[in-house]
Write a new protein. Structure first.
Length: 475
């Protein structure tokens, strides 16, 4: 029997490199792990085994082949869905070889449902791409208006999300009008309609804020909000937009691009309008503050007005004119008194001068000389009667002299003798006080008077005529 050796080969046992099975399987495993490394694999689960160790062992198959898989307990605890026979899954695994049996296998470190997993990969890829382009940057986010004049809602006109939004808006602030842009939110037509509605809203600029919303669902149901066209339409929209898609755990690309994200459509409605009760309370507080401030301001202005009025009253021309008029009246009174006093003084001086003039007048001396001439003529004419005439002349001269110094003669010239209540003759107004009673003796009769004023007047030559106390006369 011929040995099966190739021609030209060395048949010596010492030159052969003989592998053990373990070595072969070990090197085969190393080659597989280095050559293929980590791969994504989609297939159907079959022959699933869950021993007490907690590890999973199963096969992934498609129409043409299958491969053994192992997923250890530390990794399968992270799986978020129930793995059953026949489930279509997407696995992330390391290609390897189970050396004890020489079986080709995959060591799986991540497992997800196949349909969702594909979408998740597309989601992550688009997310990284748009983030690199800057569509998620915070500096491009616009603040929502505190009090929008009109709210635009982009959603399905028949969905529960629209009813929830309208209910919240009517409850929180019903005065703000709402404009609805009806679109499909699921299916092939959803993304183009959303893009068109965003462009229309931006072009017409009828609203101050937009709500992009729909209810919850699977990732496939929400996929329209993960489309690149929708994300770019949101980014290009000039109106602030809040995205409320799905439930709180649902996250879409639209959430990252929007100016603000809400966990639900109702949450988006609550964020775009203020709470009516809070605004009413704030308005009431503001009204109270304004009223209190106005009252304080009016009080301050009233005090300032009173001060200005008092200042104006003190400096008003009418007040100053009244003061000047009063001063003028006082000056006029003083002038009249001074004038009267000066006139009285002048009249007294005039009377005194007249009295002196009368006493020193040549007519008096001429009269005396005429008397003497007559007397001498009579003496010469009547020698017989000379002695008698002489005696008579002397008598008449003596009588004339006596009469000249007699008080009665003085009284006959208009003078009076004034005495006080005790009968003492008054020479000085200082001898009596205002209100005392005095008596004035005249040439014929007597007057009783009461002193009402005192005006002492003294001249160098003679006592002033009419000087002395000013009195009210009585009977």
């Amino acid at each position: 029997m011929q040995e099966p050796w190739p021609e030209g080969s060395d048949k010596s046992a010492s030159t052969r490199d003989i592998y053990t099975v373990a070595r072969l399987n070990g090197e085969a495993r190393a080659l597989l792990e280095r050559g293929l490394g980590l791969v994504w694999l989609e297939g159907e689960v079959s022959n699933l085994a869950r021993p007490t160790s907690g590890h999973w062992y199963f096969s992934l198959k498609d129409e043409n082949a299958q491969v053994r898989c192992a997923m250890f307990r530390q990794r399968n605890r992270l799986v978020r869905f129930s793995v059953q026979e026949g489930a279509q899954v997407l696995a992330h695994a390391r290609v390897s070889l189970y050396e004890p049996r020489g079986e080709f296998q995959l060591i799986i470190d991540h497992l997800e449902e196949a349909g969702e997993g594909l979408l998740r990969r597309r989601f992550e890829n688009l997310k990284r791409q748009l983030a690199a382009e800057g569509l998620f940057d915070r500096e491009h986010k616009r603040a929502l208006p505190r009090m929008p004049r009109r709210i635009g809602v982009i959603t399905s006109p028949t969905g529960a999300a629209l009813r929830d939004i309208l209910h919240v808006l009517a409850r929180r602030f019903p005065a703000i009008p709402v404009l609805i842009y009806p679109v499909a939110v699921q299916g092939v037509a959803a993304a183009p309609e959303i893009v068109k509605a965003l462009g229309l809203a931006a072009e017409r600029a009828e609203c101050d804020v937009l709500i992009l919303a729909r209810g919850g669902g699977s990732i496939e149901d929400l996929w329209a909000f993960n489309e690149s066209a929708v994300a770019r339409a949101i980014w290009n929209c000039r109106i602030p937009l809040i995205c409320g898609v799905g439930h709180e755990t649902d996250v879409t690309i639209a959430d990252f691009v929007a100016d603000e994200r809400a966990p639900t459509p109702s949450g988006a409605a609550e964020r775009v309008v203020p709470d009516r009760e809070e605004w009413l309370r704030a308005l009431l507080i503001a009204e109270q503050r304004i009223v209190a401030g106005m009252r304080r301001r009016l009080l301050d202005l009233g005090r300032a007005l009173e001060l200005q009025q008092a200042h104006l009253s003190r400096n008003h021309p009418g007040t100053r004119l009244r003061q000047y008029a009063q001063r003028l009246d006082e000056s006029e009174t003083r002038l009249m008194l001074a004038t009267r006093r000066r006139l009285a003084e002048a009249r007294a001086r005039l009377e005194a001068s007249q009295s002196l003039l009368l006493r020193a007048s040549p007519a008096v001396r001429v009269a005396a000389l005429r008397l003497r001439l007559e007397s001498v003529s009579r003496a010469l004419g009547a020698a017989v009667r000379g002695l008698i005439v002489d005696r008579r002349r002397r008598f008449e001269l003596a009588a004339s002299t006596l009469n000249a110094v007699s008080p009665l003669a003085t009284l006959e010239r208009g003078y009076a003798i004034v005495t006080d209540a005790t009968g003492g003759v008054l020479h000085d107004p200082g001898q009596v006080r205002i209100g005392e009673t005095i008596q004035a003796r005249l040439a014929r009769g007597r007057l009783t008077a009461r002193v009402t004023a005192s005006d002492p007047v003294v001249t160098a030559d003679a006592p002033a005529i009419g000087s002395g106390p000013v009195a009210e006369t009585g009977t």
